[in-house]
Design a protein around this ligand. Sequence first.
Ligand SMILES: NC(=O)c1ccc[n+]([C@@H]2O[C@H](COP(=O)([O-])OP(=O)(O)OC[C@H]3O[C@@H](n4cnc5c(N)ncnc54)[C@H](OP(=O)(O)O)[C@@H]3O)[C@@H](O)[C@H]2O)c1
Length: 338
Amino acid sequence: MPDRNLRIVLASRPVGPPSPDNFRIEQAPVPSPGEGQVLLKILYLSLDPYMRGRMSAAKSYAAPVEIGQVMEGGTVAEVLESRHPGYSPGDLVLSHSGWQTHALSDGAGLRKLDPAQAPVTTALGVLGMPGFTAYAGLLTIGQPKPGETVVVAAASGPVGATVGQIAKIKGARAVGIAGGPEKCALVRDAFGFDAVIDHRSPTFAEELRAACPDGIDVYFENVGGKVWEAVFPLLNPFARIPVCGLIAQYNATGPFEGPDRLPVLMRDVLTKSLTIRGFIQREFQAQRPAFYREMAQWIAEGRVRYKEDIVLGLENAPEAFIGLLEGRNFGKLIVQIA
Ligand SMILES: NC(=O)c1ccc[n+]([C@@H]2O[C@H](COP(=O)([O-])OP(=O)(O)OC[C@H]3O[C@@H](n4cnc5c(N)ncnc54)[C@H](OP(=O)(O)O)[C@@H]3O)[C@@H](O)[C@H]2O)c1
């Protein structure tokens, strides 16, 4: 039995981009499971943009991580010891155990994983929360139709890549936006998007316009900022905009720069009959069974592909997470812990 639990706690709240000193690595004894509990050994930790929000005390849809608390996060774990009737040692589960090597669970929120069905890491990406976010947000709010143009940024990541591929399955044209030539090549060649634009290009807005000759019918919003500025004039009447994330703003410290564009936005919402709807994926929980069924089939048929970026060692999680907010990840970011 291991004798220590390594864990990464929130040491301080970042102002602007997070830095390594906002995190602290600690050791604690490995806890023993009580009646009805299991002891989990964490194998993989998911790193996701929402964690930036949890580091901040600002009011949001979920409570922040407190200073000194273990950083929150989705994990794939192995049951080491069980005093729970539903689990046996060796079972692999999806859990929400945070940035640490071991954790106790009473079974709430655990989901058994079958490695024969899919690599277990996919439970953190394409067959997990990010994939579900793409599925539910695009199909419920975006509602792409054959021949329409769907645009999504962060297109090499687990949400964006899945959005574009589902759009294609539904008969739409998928236009991706990504940072740098390597990511753009992946989006076009591996994920099969019809066009991809590099948002770092000095002529980004013109290239986007050229890639969307019939305008934009669905814009799946992942980033905000200058990408939104370039998309906005291209929106067609009755365009749908699922607002999933605004990563370009997550490290902002004060009021946003530039003129107030709200009157222009509201004019277009009215005159173009735009639908702009924000969402948090868990609002669509009822669609989970359909998602698992359809997504597993699409992956098996090769119609949805995915890329993972696996970093080794819990101690490297803070640096990898800082890189995620700067676009340094290349695919679904996962930390392999054991
Ligand atoms: N609403 C929900 O329930 C929900 C659930 C899950 C995720 N999300 C959101 O979905 C979005 C994508 O998440 P993900 O897990 O798939 O992340 P991801 O794509 O793996 O990583 C984030 C990517 O965002 C891009 N990015 C960062 N700063 C940017 C900027 N200033 N301008 C343009 N692009 C920027 C980078 O890609 P490039 O290098 O290509 O720019 C970076 O790799 C995030 O906004 C996240 O918060 C929402």
